[in-house]
Design a protein around this ligand. Structure first.
Ligand SMILES: Cc1cc2nc3c(=O)[nH]c(=O)nc-3n(C[C@H](O)[C@H](O)[C@H](O)COP(=O)(O)O)c2cc1C
Length: 199
């Protein structure tokens, strides 16, 4: 697909048909992992890919009740593919801790920007666009509640050194039914509100 078309189609999907995602498409989407940037080339991002219906349902049980109450279909459990987007923070400490090992008194930087989360966002966008390029739809579920994220992590048995950023849902978007527009949706800001120039 033309890149401008991919960008035009970019939005989060909260409704999927029951058509499966082909193995070939999923393999192509996952290939972008090796194209992902990472701070200091720390490569701390980690993914868990779930197609098992039982595990998808368990994730839905944790997360989707409030959407169904709003009138959405059960979009988390019905998305045929879940990608658990994780980061291994220790990879960044390891990488930057040894960056200048010979300087006396070297202490690790205070991390004004936690690069591990930044890199997760960058990888998310690559996967999102790669899925759109396959004519698929993508959503994202995360939570401001630690216990919800921990419960999701337990669904896939995340090892202790990984932190879960959220779950990417991928499937064929179902545009056959109108979806609710929640009351608290704010209008999209204009470029002028977001971008400042210094010329
Ligand atoms: C870090 C992050 C967390 C998000 N968490 C959720 C979520 O838990 N549930 C959800 O439905 N959408 C979630 N979204 C999607 C946003 O709601 C969505 O990007 C925003 O409303 C703009 O819509 P659009 O991406 O379709 O243009 C999340 C997006 C980001 C970047």
């Amino acid at each position: 697909m033309d890149f401008a078309d991919v960008l035009r189609r970019r939005q989060m999907a909260r409704s999927y048909t029951d058509e499966p995602v082909s193995d070939e498409a999923l393999t192509r989407i996952l290939k972008v992992v090796r194209r992902a940037p990472s701070a200091g080339f720390s490569q701390g991002h980690r993914l868990v890919v779930v197609t098992d219906p039982k595990l998808r349902q368990q994730a839905g049980d944790i997360a989707e009740g409030r959407y169904v109450e709003m009138g959405f279909p059960p979009w988390i459990s019905t998305a045929p593919v879940h990608i658990y987007l994780c980061t291994r923070e220790q990879s960044y400490h390891d990488r930057y801790g040894v960056a200048e090992p010979v300087r006396p008194g070297y202490t690790e930087i205070p991390w004004p920007v936690p690069f591990w989360w930044f890199d997760c966002g960058a990888l998310f966008m690559l996967l999102h666009l790669a899925a759109l390029n396959e004519q698929l739809a993508t959503g994202y579920f995360s939570s401001v509640y630690t216990d919800e994220l921990e419960a999701l992590g337990q669904v896939v048995g995340l090892p202790d050194d990984l932190f879960l950023a959220g779950v990417i849902t991928i499937g064929h978007g179902d545009e056959s039914r109108p979806l609710p527009v929640p009351d608290n949706v704010v209008p999209r800001m204009s470029n002028d509100e977001i971008i400042e120039w210094r010329v």
